[in-house]
Design a protein around this ligand. Structure first.
Ligand SMILES: [Zn+2]
Length: 317
């Protein structure tokens, strides 16, 4: 197991709530990443696992426990914990949302990388069969009210029902993620990015240099809608890429021309870590999303012949 060597405190506003939030990542002897809402009385630990994901609609991943305590936008922090090999920590938080910081993973990485305990290898989850998760199937399986909400949201955001994700055994050195995004607006259009992570120092550096800073984006229409629902209140030009009214240009400066698709890699890494281990396989994501990331994991774990778990047994990294 690998944890943090001391309490690491991180404070900022939440992207959706816009309210200040304080988070303390604490060393732990218990395997797994757990959140704890310290602002709620008797709040139980919330395991950051795919089967506790409650909501993924508004471009963030939210986990919760049966008593109703929840934490949202965990994915960028989860991506960094994964990249650093931290598979054991208790994360105390005094609000419902992880601090947004720069909108990507870079700040989390900088704040945490000096405080990683002696590393041991992470539990491996080896993909044995090809798993496909299609948006159309996801919609079909949803309860009626949720499906209607999703359809309205897709219409508002200009998303189409043809997205899919595929997990396959095609890569055995670690996790390979191939992302394609395709948006109607000219500023984003079609973008492709591939990232291979094998746990080596070189692949950590690749993540930090080429992916970590990437932010998500919003169009005016979308952010207007989110704000009317009391969300995205903490979004600024610093932590979010904003497209202009005609959606043919970006208002703020981009870190990379294809920052949009690179951010999808962060989201996918963070979401794949809700598997509780290091997935060995290839994830192809075509118009992927937090919903599909979660769906592909639920499908993977629905049948034990789809995967093999190799425990680390204290092996050094
Ligand atoms: Zn994200």
């Amino acid at each position: 197991m690998t944890t943090v060597t001391k309490n690491v405190k991180i404070s900022d506003v939440g992207l959706h709530s816009g309210l200040p939030v304080n988070m303390v990542i604490k060393p732990s002897k218990k395997p797994g990443i757990f959140f704890k809402r310290v602002d709620i009385k008797d709040s139980e630990l919330i395991p950051a696992t795919f089967d506790n994901v409650k909501e993924t609609m508004f471009r963030s991943t939210q986990i919760g426990n049966p008593k109703g305590a929840h934490v949202r936008t965990i994915e960028h922090l989860m991506a960094v914990l994964f990249i650093l090999g931290i598979d054991s920590a208790i994360i105390e938080i005094d609000g419902p949302e992880v601090p947004i910081l720069g909108g990507g993973a870079f700040e989390f990485y900088n704040l945490l990388e000096r405080f990683v305990s002696d590393r041991t290898k992470m539990k491996k989850i080896v993909v044995k069969k090809t798993i496909e998760a299609r948006r159309a199937d996801l919609l079909r399986e949803m309860p009626f009210w949720k499906r209607i909400r999703m359809m309205i949201l897709n219409y508002t955001l200009g998303r189409h029902g043809d997205g899919y994700e595929r997990l396959s055994p095609a890569y055995d050195k670690g996790l390979q993620i191939d992302c394609i995004i395709d948006y109607n607006n000219k500023a984003v259009g079609t973008q492709y990015y591939s990232f291979e992570f094998d746990g080596s120092k070189a692949s950590v550096k690749d993540f930090v240099d080429n992916i970590a800073k990437s932010r998500t984006f919003g169009t005016y229409a979308e952010w207007d809608m989110l704000k009317r629902h009391g969300m995205a209140l903490g979004s600024t030009m610093h932590n979010l890429i904003v497209l202009n009214e005609r959606q043919d240009a970006v208002i703020n400066k981009l870190y990379y021309p294809d920052e949009f698709v690179r951010h999808k890699i962060i989201d996918a890494l963070g979401d794949m870590f809700t598997s509780g281990g290091f997935i060995h396989g290839r994830l192809e994501s075509y118009k992927g999303s937090h919903e599909l990331n979660n769906y592909v994991l639920r499908k993977l774990f629905s049948d034990s012949s789809n995967y093999e778990i190799i425990e680390a047994k204290g092996e050094k990294k």
